[in-house]
Write a protein of this length. Structure first.
Length: 255
């Protein structure tokens, strides 16, 4: 029997108790540089994906809040595919069990995760890359807060990427796009940008779904998880991206 992944960063990057975490996330939404208000009621509109940073909630939480306000106010998908950066080379997912946070357990979607494994054999179902995974873990409290009206229904497919092989990233993105034809899904890209001039170019390429420019950036920077996200948005025929907030190397976008 596999046990749920325990939170490694609660008490470090965000509070470890339910009440304090709830207060922290609320403060992120009400932050002077955040949305300034809590999410309103859910509407039937669909979003295809969001870009959100990861890290210490006191530093980047207000940026995350911009992205998760969109998730909270849109139609609730069957599954969220969460993309993050892998420390070693390759593509990894974790479908053995769920993830524990102070807000409760988020279950992995084993059924549709297995379909991704079949569609993209380079993706490996393994535990080691997720033992200390800030990129995935720090998205979950925001996702649970945004989905608090559907808390028991939240399902995720976590995927970690570290690859400069753009063709491979494209294939995984297309596989995610094909999966969206079988079930409703939203892709969350957990990524910090570079804090350099390239950020503006990268954001414009994402906003305009500019494949040529994205490949140019991939030739200069390791943007594996962003490349997969980009190709998924393209494959899902998502509308042009919208920049919600940018601060230093932290951006919030919605598609």
């Amino acid at each position: 029997m596999m046990f749920h992944i325990k939170p490694m960063f609660s008490g470090k990057l965000y509070p470890s108790s339910f009440d304090l975490l709830d207060k922290e996330v609320v403060n992120c939404f009400l932050h002077a540089e955040g949305p300034g208000e809590l999410p309103s009621h859910r509407k039937p509109k669909r979003i295809f994906g969001i870009l959100s940073p990861y890290g210490n909630f006191q530093e980047i939480g207000h940026v995350c809040a911009w992205a998760y306000q969109q998730a909270a106010e849109c139609a609730f998908p069957y599954v969220f595919v969460i993309l993050g950066r892998k420390s070693d080379t390759g593509f990894s997912t974790y479908l053995f069990s769920g993830w524990q946070t102070p807000f409760g357990v988020v279950e992995s979607d084993k059924e549709h995760g297995q379909r991704l494994l079949q569609a993209f054999p380079a993706l490996k179902n393994e535990t080691a890359p997720f033992d200390d995974c800030m990129e995935i873990e720090t998205q979950l409290p925001f996702l649970q807060f945004a989905g608090r009206d559907k808390l028991q229904e939240i399902r995720i497919i976590p995927i970690l990427v570290n690859s400069r092989d753009y063709d491979a990233c494209q294939k995984l993105g297309e596989a995610i796009g094909e999966l969206s034809e079988q079930c409703s899904l939203c892709v969350i890209c957990s990524s910090n940008l570079f804090g350099e001039d390239v950020d503006g170019v990268l954001i414009e390429a994402l906003k305009n779904i500019d494949g040529k420019k994205m490949k140019e950036i991939a030739g200069m920077k390791n943007i594996g998880e962003i490349a997969v996200f980009f190709e998924a948005m393209k494959s899902m025929f998502a509308p042009k991206g919208r920049l919600l907030h940018y601060s230093s190397q932290h951006a919030a976008m919605v598609f």
